[in-house]
Design a protein around this ligand. Structure first.
Ligand code: ATP
Length: 364
């Protein structure tokens, strides 16, 4: 355990009957970080969070909070409040009563309760609704009440399970800013479960990517985006082009990989020594792909492919193409870069990249 670790998952397994929901999980959550746990539906994100909150007990292994084993510590004895997608506010209580609830449960005396609740109503800009029933608030306002209710005890850690998924797109973006600022200003550790890459990557200091109960990769957003560890991660991010083949030549640090669509130079992989004949998969992220009507210039590798379609993603466009062997290629480009390129479906283009833009998947 490092000095910075607030929470340690040490060989944690969670089974429901014979079904393994979380498999031998080892990782640390650092003090004061914003950690996002991301993965597709059913991969074990919520189960991980519930074990931390004390709503589920690990079947094996140990969870430590501040160095102490908490496996069997009941929820109400650990300070790990949770904000849910459904928010789980008490529908018949006012905003103030909702926010005050956990202070009452802890026997905090009235004057102190009032002071702390006022502070959090103010902090979350909901003072004007203090006496309103929570049923009569908008989605965004309810969100702020749920946050105030969880933060009023001033915990070291806040657990959030898809808290924004019920909000419309506009409000979602606004609440992302509210959450990021709040976390930074308070210095509290946030553990945030989401299936949304944009939420995870825009707010978190580090992201855990899970698949089928296991951690596939943990790292900061840039690391994960630039250097996915496994094919699952590369596919999950959706922005990578994946080429699988065999090492055809090793010359010092330089490698060549033969794939069904050509032989390509790839950047060396410091994490793993590869020999001739070894299987290898490399990726090139969509923003590092060049598209052209001409064959690639010297120093670039490439292949020919046909345009399948175009998709607009804000200031950029994603061009989908198909090459030999039905390989799918995605290129993410600004509209300016595409100005003189024929993007009609069926148009033949050259797809190219610099060998330095390739990344070998070390976990494959
Ligand atoms: P989602 O994004 O859909 O919420 P998730 O990643 O949060 O998914 P979990 O809720 O952690 O996934 O569930 C992981 C797996 O464990 C799922 O296959 C789920 O069906 C199963 N599971 C969760 N809770 C129970 C339970 N109480 N009994 C049996 N199986 C369960």
């Amino acid at each position: 355990m490092t000095d910075k670790a607030l929470v340690v998952f040490d060989g944690v397994v969670k089974r429901f009957g014979s079904f393994v929901a979380v498999e031998k999980m080892n990782f640390e959550i650092r003090k004061g970080e914003f950690l996002a746990i991301m993965g597709s539906s059913g991969c074990g994100k919520t189960t991980t969070l519930r074990m931390l909150a004390g709503l589920d007990a690990p079947t094996e292994g140990e969870i430590r909070l501040g160095g102490k084993r908490i496996n069997d510590l009941p929820t109400w004895q650990r300070d790990t409040p949770m904000v849910w997608q459904s928010l789980a506010l008490f529908p018949f209580l006012t905003v103030r009563e909702n926010v005050e609830f956990s202070l009452r449960m802890r026997g905090v005396e009235k004057a102190e309760r009032r002071k702390r609740v006022d502070k959090w109503l103010e902090r979350m800009q909901i003072t004007e609704f203090a006496d309103r029933n929570v049923a009569h608030l908008s989605g965004g306002q309810r969100q702020r009440v749920a946050l105030a209710r969880s933060l009023v005890t001033e915990p070291d850690i806040l657990l959030l399970d898809e808290p924004l998924s019920a909000l419309d797109a506009h409000l979602k973006v606004r609440m992302q800013t509210v959450l990021s600022n709040l976390q930074r200003e308070l210095g509290i550790t946030f553990v945030y479960v989401t299936h949304s890459q944009s939420e995870a990557f825009s707010m978190a200091d580090r992201v855990v990517i899970m698949s089928r109960g296991r951690i596939e990769q943990i790292g900061n957003p840039q690391e994960i985006y630039r250097a996915p560890r496994t094919k699952f991660v590369a596919e999950f991010l959706g922005s990578s082009n994946i080429f699988a083949g065999k090492v055809s030549n090793v010359n010092g640090k330089a490698l060549k990989i033969a794939t069904p669509v050509g032989e390509f130079d790839v950047a060396p992989n410091p994490a793993k020594a590869l020999s001739k004949g070894d299987k290898a998969t490399f990726v090139v992220s969509g923003d590092r792909i060049q598209l052209s009507n001409q064959p690639p210039a010297d120093g670039y590798d490439g292949l020919q492919a046909q345009v399948v379609g175009e998709e607009f993603v804000g200031a950029t466009a994603v061009i989908h193409l198909e090459g030999a062997d039905r390989i799918e290629i995605k290129a993410q480009k600004s509209h300016d870069e595409l100005e003189h390129i024929n993007l009609e479906p069926g148009a033949k283009l050259w797809v190219s990249w610099r060998p330095e833009a390739t990344h070998i998947l070390p976990g494959e």
